[in-house]
Design a protein around this ligand. Structure first.
Ligand code: SDX
Length: 390
């Protein structure tokens, strides 16, 4: 129940924060953004609507959505000097390192609105971050290819603009594939927020020290890059590729995973909260089937993924540990089918998660008597001892 929850005064010792944004029931596989079930949002809402809902608390009217979209797309262009920032990175830099550096640099290029209390400055920073983040992500990709950057266009949708900046070239106009844009929109909706996961808690913890929104979100980007968190979508594709390239079959790979010594994990499986199924994985698997069939891409990896899932879901090792496919298990297959290299998948996760990070940072800033996050510890080190004075 929400709204009339009377919190035990000790809640600060158990929950990291109180929030009105996202609700998860890990046993029932329930995920809701501001009360709306993820299944309905994935089916009917655009990513722009969901971003507005997470940040402002209500779905936008048509007028509110049009004004919001205009403002965000009007803020999509980077300071021209930031384009030079990308030229400093080696081409083989991981996109997440470049993206985190770019987001952090936004604080330097947008120093006029770093306040954590002034509503107007917070709103300006929100719009600029939403607008410039996809541009940064696309430029991180382009600079890894050594290709020139395009400028964003106001008359294109948010996702279409991002795809054009990522795949377009001065040589020829980018032909938008509507089905691809729609699939991305749904994938971003599914990634938009997820309560207090590692990267979102990082954004809130850094923000709780009254660090500006760019510094806090840059910290979230870095947390998300870990292979146990957002980096898992890249790790899943590499795992499927290894199975195929080594001529392994799914059964022998699962045996390797169960053989604890190997330290091999079934990437894309397991979750700290979902212990029966990840509702997002159910939706994404459907899309993977549709997109891979429509793009006629190599289905070999999809078949390996399905075999792994089938074997694991019927294997005691996974069942007793409550390990099921999570949001990352199928997303990489879709991203690859749409033309992105696996090193870029986690940047796509970050793009989807951005509205959630912003909404959670704003909620942290608005928290009455906002206090710096200060987790305690259980000390298990040496007891007191004296320095051996000679
Ligand atoms: C995300 O928190 C969020 O909401 C995150 C996220 C979001 O939207 O922000 O949902 C996104 O990060 C999804 C998770 C992506 N990560 C992966 O797919 C990496 C592989 N998964 C694991 O590393 C692991 O499952 C975790 C970290 C995701 C969750 O760990 P758990 O399930 O809480 O359990 P655990 O690490 O305490 O392990 C319990 C047991 C252990 O075996 P035993 O020591 O009991 O014998 O389960 C085993 C683990 O070895 N185990 C796995 C496994 N995950 C856990 N064994 C094989 N393969 C795996 N993937």
């Amino acid at each position: 129940t929400t709204g009339n929850t009377t919190l035990d005064p000790g809640y600060t010792n158990t929950a990291s924060c109180v929030s009105k944004i996202t609700f998860i029931d890990g046993d029932k596989g329930i995920l809701r953004y501001r009360g709306y079930p993820i299944e309905q949002l994935a089916e009917h809402a655009t990513f722009g609507e969901v971003a507005y809902l997470l940040i402002y608390g209500e779905l936008p009217t048509e007028q509110e959505m049009s004004t919001f979209q205009d403002k965000v797309l009007g803020a999509a262009m980077l300071d021209e000097r930031m384009r030079d920032l990308f030229r400093c990175f080696p081409r083989k830099s991981h996109p997440m390192s470049v993206l985190a550096s770019g987001v952090n640099a936004l604080a330097a290029f947008n120093s006029g609105h770093l306040s954590v209390t002034d509503e107007e400055q917070i709103e300006t920073a929100t719009i600029r971050l939403l607008g410039q983040f996809p541009t940064l992500a696309a430029y991180a990709y382009k600079s890894s290819l050594g290709e020139p950057f395009l400028y964003p266009k106001k008359n294109m949708g948010y996702v279409a603009n991002f795809l054009r900046l990522s795949f377009g070239s001065p040589l020829e106009e980018y032909e938008l594939d509507e089905a691809v844009a729609r699939a991305f929109d749904t994938l971003f909706v599914l990634h938009a927020d997820h309560e207090q996961n590692c990267s979102t808690s990082t954004v809130r913890l850094v923000g709780s020290a009254e660090a500006n929104i760019y510094a806090s979100v840059a910290a979230g980007v870095n947390a998300l890059s870990g292979p146990l968190h957002g980096g898992a979508n890249q790790a899943v594709l590499e795992m499927l590729g290894q199975i195929r390239d080594q001529g392994l079959d799914a059964k022998s790979f699962v045996s390797k995973v169960k053989d604890k010594e190997s330290g091999v994990k079934l990437m894309g499986f397991g979750h700290r909260v979902y212990k029966n199924f990840d509702p997002r994985a159910v939706i994404i698997k459907k899309h993977a089937d549709e997109i891979l069939t429509s793009t006629g891409k190599d289905n070999a990896l999809l078949e390996i993924a399905k075999d792994l899932e089938e074997i694991a879901l019927n294997d005691e090792y996974f069942k007793e540990r409550k390990l099921y496919p999570n949001v990352d298990f199928y997303t990489g297959l879709i991203y690859e089918a749409m033309g992105f290299p696996s090193s870029y998948f986690t940047a796509l996760f970050a793009l989807g998660r951005l509205p959630g990070w912003i909404a959670q940072w704003r909620e942290q800033m608005a928290e009455p008597g906002r206090k710096i996050g200060r987790p305690r510890q259980v000390y298990i080190g040496e007891t007191e001892r004296d320095y051996p004075v000679k």
